[in-house]
Design a protein around this ligand. Structure first.
Ligand SMILES: [Fe+2]
Length: 490
């Protein structure tokens, strides 16, 4: 029952700020003593100007962190200013928390309270860790299907971290031809390719309205890197894709990188300076895992013009600085497992696949060499919209070559729609004896790591276009024993 308010002095809530948490909440950049919290105020997420329906003025947002979901004992609280310059996003870093501990958080604007999110701080540096579980995903073409895979990922009982490996959004215009998500309908503002800051903001808003994606972010801390579609399909470094010359491309990159920062639980180091942004980082999980998150897009050389160009020893996909950085991360690591994450597939598959590491064979060889010297090296990748598992080899010319590490590639969340277990691309991959798995359906990968072993489970769903009701299926599960790299089916 609604009673009229007795006191005229109590101001009604600003109608523009009613339900301002339309894009959910998130946490990221975890450390032993804290995390970055994120939200972006958007009472009308699909406002066509990308503003989320917010006024052109700053709004104070308070945040609270507690050990319990009811916030009986609030351990930390603070205030952040949501400013129009950053699309009313906030990225407060919380510190002073206990290591290896589960926490809950929420935001407040006026009398509006957000949903509750959860994260776990990392174990203390250098300590023994008995187990750590993470999921990884890529390629969220919202208009191609429902985020059923996210629905299942959010329900994983063990989930300490989720890695987003790129194509969090797609820049393409959404038209009746590519709208395969049944029941969805978007207005004309979404039908054009995203180029401006306002358009990229609107695209993040649209994708982030998905409840299952919001559930994944509320469930665990995220680590995020990008691939190409956060800016433009197949762009390289500061250069647009070969077929689309654009004198203003650096302006477009700057807009896209800014919108990425605004919409992700990133630390302030990732705040772009114009068309440059540092999203590379490492995450140490006690002495169990060192993760290194790589940027395989921003610093790469252009697509090769011919075979001489492709095989040039100078060609780089990470850029010299990042290549030295990751080599040092591997060299100085005392972790049992060394897990790299990047946008595109490392394993040699075909000289035609020039958008992957195959377009940069000299850099590919250097990376494989650097990884082979580290303890239990693993590469994670996305991009191809297929599940693939491959053993990394010391010498790909030798069929009996030693296995030096493994590569786990997650399929897409939605891109390419329903898909099938096998398709016209299967043989491109499975022709290689070191490729141990291929599945062309949508899904995610869940990994549990202990000091003794790693279990990686590839989950698939049979459909995503008609609804979000497909049950998850185990596509494949592999066992990897520490000190004995390889993929054994379980
Ligand atoms: Fe993709």
């Amino acid at each position: 029952m609604n009673l009229p308010r007795a006191e005229a002095s109590v101001a009604a809530p600003d109608p523009q700020l009613t339900a301002p948490f339309g894009l959910g909440v998130a946490s990221g950049a975890p450390r032993p003593d804290g995390v970055v919290l994120w939200t972006r105020l958007a009472p009308q997420p699909l406002a066509e100007d990308g503003s989320g329906g917010m006024p052109q003025s700053p709004v104070a947002v308070t945040w609270e962190v507690a050990r319990d979901q009811n916030f009986v004992g609030v351990e930390k609280k603070g205030e952040a200013l949501a400013q129009p310059d950053l699309a009313h996003s906030v990225h407060p870093r919380v510190d002073g928390l206990r290591p290896g501990t589960e926490y809950f958080y929420r935001f407040r604007v006026g009398d509006q309270i957000s949903r509750v999110g959860r994260f776990r701080t990392l174990p203390a540096a250098g300590t023994s860790v008995s187990t750590f579980s993470f999921g990884f995903v890529s390629c969220q073409a919202w208009y191609h299907g429902h985020y059923t895979a996210h629905k299942h990922l959010a329900q994983e009982p063990d989930l300490d971290l989720v890695l987003f490996l790129g194509d969090y959004i797609y820049e393409y215009g959404i038209t009746p031809e590519n709208m395969w998500r049944q029941g969805a309908d978007v207005g004309p503002a979404h039908s054009v390719e995203a180029v401006t800051l306002e358009q990229y903001r609107l695209r993040y808003s649209l994708f982030k309205t998905d409840q299952h994606l919001q559930d994944v972010h509320a469930r665990a801390a995220a680590a995020v890197i990008w691939d190409d579609h956060e800016v433009q399909n197949n762009y390289t470094g500061k250069t647009p894709a070969v077929s689309t010359p654009d004198p203003n491309f650096r302006t477009r990159i700057a807009a896209a990188y800014r919108a990425f920062y605004e919409n992700m639980p990133l630390d302030v180091e990732a705040l772009p300076q114009g068309d440059t942004s540092d999203i590379t980082t490492s995450i140490d999980v006690g002495n169990l895992i060192r993760f290194a998150l790589l940027d395989s897009r921003q610093f790469r050389d252009p697509a090769p013009v011919d075979e001489v160009d492709r095989t040039s020893p100078q060609r780089t996909i990470l850029g010299a600085d990042q290549e030295a950085w990751v080599a040092n991360q591997l060299r100085t690591s005392s972790a049992t497992w060394n897990i790299l994450a990047n946008g595109v597939v490392l394993s040699p598959i075909s000289p035609d696949k020039v958008d992957m590491w195959d377009g940069y064979p000299a850099a590919q060889t250097r990376m494989l060499e650097a990884m082979s010297k580290a303890s239990n090296p693993v590469m994670l990748a996305g991009d191809i919209h297929k599940h693939v598992a491959a053993e990394l080899k010391a010498d790909y010319a030798d069929p009996n070559s030693r296995t030096t590490g493994v590569e786990l590639v997650c399929s897409s969340i939605a891109s390419d729609g329903d898909g099938a277990v096998t398709d016209k691309h299967t043989a491109d991959w499975t022709q290689h004896p070191y490729v141990k798995h291929y599945d062309g359906r949508r899904g995610y990968v869940h990994v549990t790591v202990t000091p003794k072993d790693m279990v990686s489970t590839f989950y698939s769903v049979d459909w995503v276009q008609s609804d979000d009701l497909a049950p998850k299926q185990v596509s494949a599960r592999f066992y990897t024993r520490a000190g004995q790299m390889g993929l054994s089916p379980m």
